[in-house]
Design a protein around this ligand. Structure first.
Ligand code: ADP
Length: 201
């Protein structure tokens, strides 16, 4: 329908229906949604026309200029020697899906997801005695982001690597050693909040 409105607009509802071989009534709710989103404008006796106002805002301006640093959450971390049991309790108390594992000086060592913990719990070992270091995904296999990276680039990493969260890190270089201090967590929830905020605006 958008394509028809884009190519032939302004176009009346009846003409759109004709092109789709549908009745005018069948289109009513879809047309209402398109006008509500701002993608399509409607003028009485003129018809429907394409505006794409929201698309422009979402696509070009906002996402490129919004940085991970503007939206990330505080990190939830445990130590490599913490038990699987403690990690599960932390997951519930903090209401998160991914926990990052850090060294004593807060440098990134690994990540544990909900399913990592489920798997460990089903393994039959005593979760009080099983350290998370054994089950975590370990550096250098962790996909990271920084506060300076764009939300769009970080979101693409989440999709590409099929993970729910990225640790937000500050890169620290001492001589030829690089470590990653964990300063936050970037998740799909951050993106959902941002999306809703942008659309509501
Ligand atoms: P779940 O396993 O609960 O579906 P994820 O899809 O986030 O959650 O995790 C899938 C796997 O990827 C897990 O084994 C987890 O340890 C690992 N993982 C989670 N976050 C990251 C990350 N940022 N970089 C690399 N691996 C990750």
């Amino acid at each position: 329908m958008l394509e028809i409105i884009q190519s032939f607009g302004p176009i009346t509802g009846s003409h759109i229906a004709e092109k789709l071989n549908l009745s005018r009534a069948a289109l009513r709710s879809d047309l209402a949604i398109l006008t509500m989103t701002g993608l399509v404008g409607a003028k009485p006796r003129v018809g429907y026309y394409f505006t794409a106002q929201n698309l422009k805002t979402l696509k070009n301006t906002e996402f490129d200029s919004i940085l991970v640093g503007d939206v990330y959450s505080r990190p939830i971390v445990v130590n490599e020697s913490s038990s699987v049991y403690d990690a599960i309790v932390t997951l519930f108390i903090e209401d998160v899906g991914t926990i990052f594992v850090v060294s004593d000086n807060n440098c990134l060592e690994g990540a544990i997801s909900r399913k990592d913990l489920l798997k460990a719990a089903m393994g039959g070992k005593n979760s009080n005695e099983l350290p998370v270091g054994i089950i975590m995904t370990r550096m250098p296999n962790i996909i990271l982001t920084t506060p300076e990276e764009s939300v769009l680039a970080a979101a693409q990493k989440l999709l590409h690597h099929q993970v729910d969260a990225l640790p937000v890190v500050k890169i620290i270089k001492v001589g030829d050693q690089t470590t990653f201090e964990v300063v936050g967590r970037f998740t799909k929830t951050n993106i959902t909040h941002l999306f809703v905020k942008l659309v509501e605006k």
